[in-house]
Design a protein around this ligand. Structure first.
Ligand SMILES: [Zn+2]
Length: 359
């Protein structure tokens, strides 16, 4: 991009339309995402929240229907209470949320995190949340080595699930569901020689898992403060590695020698913001890259000329929110982001009032 190329304006109306299309139902080409509809709902609602258009561009009855559907995903199982990604596995969808479901149909830790955020975005008062059951569910997802899995019955464990457990515990202001010493030791074992964090110990550093590790360390209660857990030499290496991931096209790649991707603009940019180094990013080049990821029919894609999807739409907008550059093009002014919970400051304030302070 030449230095004089103007940054394309934010296609606010187009992005609203993209999100509303996915909120109305999954297109045929996306049926494989049926098991994680809650997450797709979060990306769409989160995008509308960042755009500041949830109240004006959706009807109260639509919001009430989404709230109703979200609560239908809260389910009790032998491991406690959490949210499922959708009711596609539930044999009788008329079963009340308190029904006992089989081992294969347990709640999911990642879907639980996105459900709580979605309900807060929709300004539900969260009084129906089974707090005690939720803490029990978080506890059941921790493994012997300190990591977390998405399902209590086991399966893959990685830093994404660790982050969800930390985010939920901080929202509830209840850390009794986590063996913190073991979890923090696991995060540190994921440190990689480049300065980032791998998905699991000994894995290559990735932008996404680096965000999950750093956000978890900063969310942890103050007696386990991040300053103590990230030594200054490693912090300097992390900042250097993250900054090197910003390519000449302005976007960030997720790992060394890969091409730019809009979602990594958030994962890497937010990681730098957490470390207090967000001002070292070339924000103008970043927003210019994101602007070129806008799809002509609305929504944002992982890269220019690619089709848009709700995940990259949300992540790209979140990146622009956490590293604002209104001096470049004022149409890119978005709601401010709470970088540790990954939601707008308005929604984070709602969560604190209705959940955290009620502990
Ligand atoms: Zn991506």
């Amino acid at each position: 991009m030449s230095e004089t190329s103007p940054v394309l304006p934010l296609n606010r109306g187009g992005h609203v339309g993209h999100c509303k299309r996915f909120l109305a139902g999954l297109p045929a080409g996306a049926v494989e995402a049926d098991a994680s509809r809650v997450a797709i709902g979060f990306y769409c609602l989160g995008s509308l929240d960042l755009l500041g258009t949830l109240e004006t561009k959706t009807r109260p009855e639509e919001r009430a229907a989404w709230i109703r559907w979200m609560w239908e995903q809260q389910s009790v199982c032998g491991y406690g209470t959490g949210f499922k990604g959708s009711n596609y596995m539930t044999i009788d969808i008329r079963s009340p949320p308190s029904a006992q479901y089989a081992e294969y149909d347990t709640p999911n830790l990642i879907m639980t995190y996105t459900s709580i955020l979605s309900l807060a975005i929709l300004r539900d008062d969260l009084s129906r949340l089974d707090r005690k059951g939720l803490v029990q569910f978080v506890r059941s997802c921790q493994r012997e080595d300190g990591s977390f899995s998405a399902l209590p019955s086991g399966g893959e464990t990685d830093l994404r699930c660790v982050y969800c457990a930390f985010a939920i515990s901080s929202m509830l202001n209840d850390w009794t569901g986590i063996d913190l010493n073991r979890a923090l030791a696991y995060i540190r074992r994921c440190e990689d020689y480049e300065g980032g964090y791998g998905q699991q110990p000994s894995d290559e550093a990735l932008g996404g898992t680096t965000y999950c590790a750093l956000a978890s360390l900063y969310l942890a209660p103050s007696n386990a403060s991040a300053q103590r857990l990230i030594d200054s030499a490693f912090r300097a290496r992390t900042i250097r590695w993250l900054l090197h991931n910003q390519a000449v096209d302005g976007g960030f790649s997720g790992r060394t020698n890969k091409i730019s991707d809009a979602c990594y603009c958030f994962w890497c940019g937010a990681s730098l913001a957490i470390l207090g180094a967000g001002d070292l990013v070339d924000n103008a080049a970043l927003v210019a890259f994101l602007a070129r990821c806008q799809f002509s029919m609305g929504g944002l894609a992982k890269a220019p000329e690619k089709p848009a999807d709700p995940y990259h739409t949300y992540m790209a907008l979140a990146a622009a929110a956490v590293l604002p550059s209104p001096h470049v093009n004022e149409t890119w002014t978005l709601s401010r982001l709470d970088v540790l919970w990954n939601t707008t400051e308005g929604t984070a304030a709602w969560l604190r009032k209705h959940l955290t302070e009620k502990a």
